[in-house]
Design a protein around this ligand. Structure first.
Ligand SMILES: [Zn+2]
Length: 198
């Protein structure tokens, strides 16, 4: 009787606020796998790009790795099957729809190692897209911290600034003509006009 699958897959989630080094950590793990000659592929959301294309994941410090920009979560599974990929990286996974969860689970169940990086909270301090579920089903979680730009403590919020002032909870995601910026902030320095409806 087999008690354990010989090549069980795993899900690793790297989360944290902006400027916490998530992409850098994702790239580091993928590079190690590449050096060990494991088949590796990296994906990110294509957004406005009209067709899937080969691009890069670039960390804030400038470290980069080739990545495929995709629109549909199913493209990840299809590519992994067709190219016999055993280690899959997904950057900014919070931008994908909930269907990415089923895709990731199927990849892990097929014995693959899946490493995803993403923001756990949006600018309002609300859990971001598929992240809560991914964190719950993960085998391994790395919650990174940035440094608060106001006080220097550990930061786990991403402060959105519109024209230099803290964004409001109900501000639209895209504000035409506004100057936008983001900062890492600690809980004490994070500023929003109301709390989420938990
Ligand atoms: Zn602070």
């Amino acid at each position: 009787m087999t008690l354990k699958a010989p090549h069980a897959g795993t899900l690793e989630v790297i989360c944290g606020p902006m400027f916490s080094g998530k992409s850098e950590e994702l790239i580091r793990r993928l590079r190690r796998a590449k050096i060990a000659r494991q088949s590796v592929a990296v994906f990110k959301h294509a957004f406005d790009v009209e067709r899937s294309d080969s691009e890069e994941v670039v960390s804030h410090s400038g470290i980069r790795i080739d990545a495929y920009a995709i629109h549909n979560p199913q493209e990840v599974a299809q590519y992994a099957r067709e190219h016999d990929i055993c280690v899959i990286g997904i950057d900014e996974v919070q931008f994908f729809p909930q269907e990415i969860i089923a895709t990731i689970c199927a990849l892990v169940d097929s014995g693959r190692r899946v490493i995803v990086g993403g923001l756990d909270l949006d600018f309002r301090g609300v859990p971001f897209g598929p992240m809560p579920t991914l964190l719950a089903i993960a085998d391994k979680i790395t919650k990174l911290r940035a440094i608060c730009t106001e006080c220097g403590q550990d930061a786990h919020f991403s402060q959105r600034l519109v024209n230099g002032h803290p964004a409001r909870f109900d501000d639209p995601i895209v504000m035409v003509g506004a100057q936008e910026a983001y900062q890492a902030r600690c809980r004490g320095c994070f500023s929003i006009d109301r709390t989420p409806n938990w």
